[in-house]
Design a protein around this ligand. Structure first.
Ligand SMILES: *Cc1c(COP(=O)(O)O)cnc(C)c1O
Length: 411
């Protein structure tokens, strides 16, 4: 049975997260189903950036490194992200991009397991994760990247594996790995577990401490709404911090950057994984997004994510039945993240037609339509309307007006 407009409006009226929607600015007439790729602007971000530029930078000038606590921003924002991922405040910092953080932590992990030279990961992992591991293996030719199908990870997790590197929620299918079980399996073989939380942070409950995870990275511009190219975060479990070494020994990871010593001495704790000067404007924008996520009750986020998914899935199964869509990924909320994907042979052209109708999802090669279901600013009526517009586009064959994908363009 499909949902009626009356039913989804009743769900919106009873939504305990409805008060979060005004904290974001979304364009009129847009149903934004791509917050898992680039979160929208927090309403507060303009004022925050204006203040950072005019007062802190403009008036304070170089005094603001201390006066406005620019120096403290990576640790301060890391501490705000920590509760979202089940970490302690001093285990998280904000730096660089997710790609660079992967490189740093993979290298640190390999150095902590000097008698093992294999990075185990899954085929079809997010491309940058595979590419960064591959690049590290070029620099350290004794290192091998062993990429296997996700169903076969356990049989390939042996005594040669130094680091098991996995993405918690798969970017295409939305399938979620069992973090506690896989981390325990890695530990049973003497390996470290490195989790990429890009598609889960801010969307679902994460408990790095409960899973006994070793290392983690994640993205600032998806469900954390930190802005395009926002700085990323990284986590090193306290028990590893004394041994873990960053391969990118920049001065901001030095114990005393302003002593200007010729010799490198790693800063204590996770701070040693900073490299260069913190990107203050990007950090200011990120902090506004993180402040919202940190103030939202995770129980309500999880419940609404599951409920939005159920509405969208139901509408696709009923209203869009027989139109060529096949859902990817599991149905059980505990086994997935907060996006829903469908394959369709004309996926790219449908996604273009949808964008022109104000329904913004995205397309992932070769045939995947992906829709982010973000509880903080999407309502039930939004996802309901999204599915109705998909049906209209299919009924009217509007997608036929759009050209097939141009190789190399961003989707
Ligand atoms: C988005 C995403 C990234 C992004 O990495 P960047 O360095 O910010 O480009 C990395 N890994 C995963 C799994 C992602 O979803």
């Amino acid at each position: 049975m499909s949902y009626s407009l009356y039913q989804v409006r009743a769900l919106d009226a009873a939504d305990p997260l409805a008060s979060f929607r005004p904290l974001f600015r979304l364009p009129e007439g847009v149903i934004y189903l791509d917050g898992n790729s680039l979160g929208p602007t927090p309403a507060s971000v303009h004022a925050r950036l204006a203040d950072t530029i005019d007062r802190e930078w403009g008036q304070g000038l170089i005094r603001s490194w201390n006066g406005a606590d620019w120096m403290g921003a990576p640790a301060r924002i890391g501490a705000k992200i920590a509760p979202l991922i089940g970490a302690a405040a001093h285990e998280v910092t904000v730096a660089d991009s997710t790609s660079v953080n992967l490189f740093k932590l993979l290298s640190a992990g390999l150095a902590m397991r000097p008698d093992r030279r294999v990075i185990l990961t899954e085929t079809g992992n997010f491309p940058t994760d595979l590419y960064m591991a591959g690049g590290l293996a070029v620099l350290a030719p004794d290192v091998t990247v062993r990429a296997v199908a996700r169903e076969r990870l356990l049989e390939h997790l042996d005594g040669d594996v130094a680091v098991l590197m996995l993405t918690h929620v798969h970017y295409k299918t939305g399938a979620r790995h069992d973090m506690p079980a896989l981390t325990a399996a890695a530990h049973a073989q003497g390996a470290l577990a490195l989790w990429d939380l890009s598609h889960s942070t801010g969307a679902i409950r994460i408990d790095l401490a409960g899973a006994n995870a070793d290392l983690a990275v994640g993205c600032g511009y998806k469900f954390l709404n930190g802005g395009p190219g926002a700085p990323a975060f990284l986590y090193v479990a306290e028990r590893l911090q004394a041994q873990a070494r960053s391969p990118l020994t920049g001065w901001m990871g030095h114990a005393a950057p302003f002593a200007f010593s010729d010799d490198y001495a790693a800063a204590p704790g996770v701070t040693r994984f900073l490299c260069g000067t913190p990107p203050v404007l990007g950090l200011a924008a990120l902090e506004e997004g993180v402040n919202i996520a940190a103030s939202a009750p995770m129980d309500a986020i999880e419940a609404k994510s599951a409920a939005l998914w159920a509405v969208f899935d139901t509408q696709m199964r009923t209203r869009c039945a027989g139109l060529g869509f096949a859902r990817l990924g599991p149905e059980n909320p505990a086994e997935r993240g907060s996006h829903i994907s469908f394959t369709h042979p004309e996926g790219y052209r449908i996604s273009e037609a949808l964008r022109d109708r104000g329904v913004i999802g995205d397309f992932r090669d070769p045939d995947v339509l992906r829709f982010g279901l973000t509880p903080l600013y999407l309502g039930y009526e939004d996802v309901w309307r999204g599915a109705e517009i998909i049906r209209e586009i299919m009924d009217g064959e509007h997608w036929r007006r759009y050209a097939p994908p141009v190789p190399g363009a961003a989707t």
